[in-house]
Design a protein around this ligand. Structure first.
Ligand SMILES: N[C@@H](CCC(=O)N[C@@H](CS)C(=O)NCC(=O)O)C(=O)O
Length: 215
């Protein structure tokens, strides 16, 4: 059995953060496929009882530990490996600040936006999509500005703050209906820098479940 198991599915950018970090670390890990689109597994009482009471992926299993919330999983992996780890209290707080911002304001909106626009059956209400798009544009602008003066979110080297923020940014532009990299001049080279790290893989290659059967 692999050292780490990750409950995930290919379309989940929230899970991609952790899958990507495991791969960048060269960790011994295996995905555990969670059938979200077919059987709605995270919403079942069994999943909530046995895997994650919050009804979500990712869940990272390591020995006797079962961790959820991608920010917690990234922190755990950084502390164990010493890689992508914020250095000292000030950087730890700064990384946490960006991870919370990401979870709420960037990928916290981008994930549901893409889901409602492209993956949900039936698709979401245009008014809701338009609200979310405005919030996303604002958050992307904030990240773009941050990256104008440094190569990575905390400075000169990549940390878990970067691995959190890229969660949904490598998925195909046609799933969003707009091209994030093309529209934000500092985000595009940052994504390329992270893509060049040894072990980087696209979410659809790293996690099971793409394409969604029957689509
Ligand atoms: N803040 C959480 C978000 C996790 C999350 O929302 N995961 C989605 C998949 S992308 C999920 O499992 N949703 C289950 C559902 O909607 O029933 C994290 O970063 O881990």
């Amino acid at each position: 059995m692999a050292e780490y198991q990750l409950y995930c599915f290919a379309q989940s950018g929230n899970a991609y953060r952790v899958a990507l970090m495991l791969n960048l670390l060269g960790a011994d890990w295996k995905p555990v496929f969670v059938d979200f689109f077919g059987k709605g597994v995270p919403r079942t009482p069994e999943y909530r009882e046995n895997v994650n009471e919050m009804g979500e992926v990712p869940v990272l299993v390591h020995g006797g530990r079962k961790l959820s919330q991608s920010g917690v999983c990234l922190t755990y992996l950084a502390n164990r490996s010493g890689q992508f780890r914020p250095d000292g209290e000030d950087e730890e707080l700064e990384a946490l600040r960006w991870i919370i911002f990401d979870n709420q304001k960037l990928n916290g909106y981008l994930g549901p936006y893409r889901f409602l626009r492209t993956l949900a059956r039936p698709p979401g209400d245009p008014t809701v999509l338009s609200f979310l798009k405005g919030r996303i544009d604002n958050a992307l602008g904030i990240v773009d500005k941050r990256l104008a003066s440094r190569p990575y979110i905390l400075g000169e080297r990549p940390t878990i703050a970067d691995l959190s923020l890229v969660a949904y940014l490598y998925y195909p532009a046609d799933e969003f209906g707009f091209d994030i990299a093309a529209e934000h001049k500092n985000i595009a080279p940052w994504l390329e820098r992270i893509k060049a790290l040894p072990g980087w893989q696209h979410p659809y290659d790293l996690m099971p479940g793409h394409p969604i059967p029957g689509r």
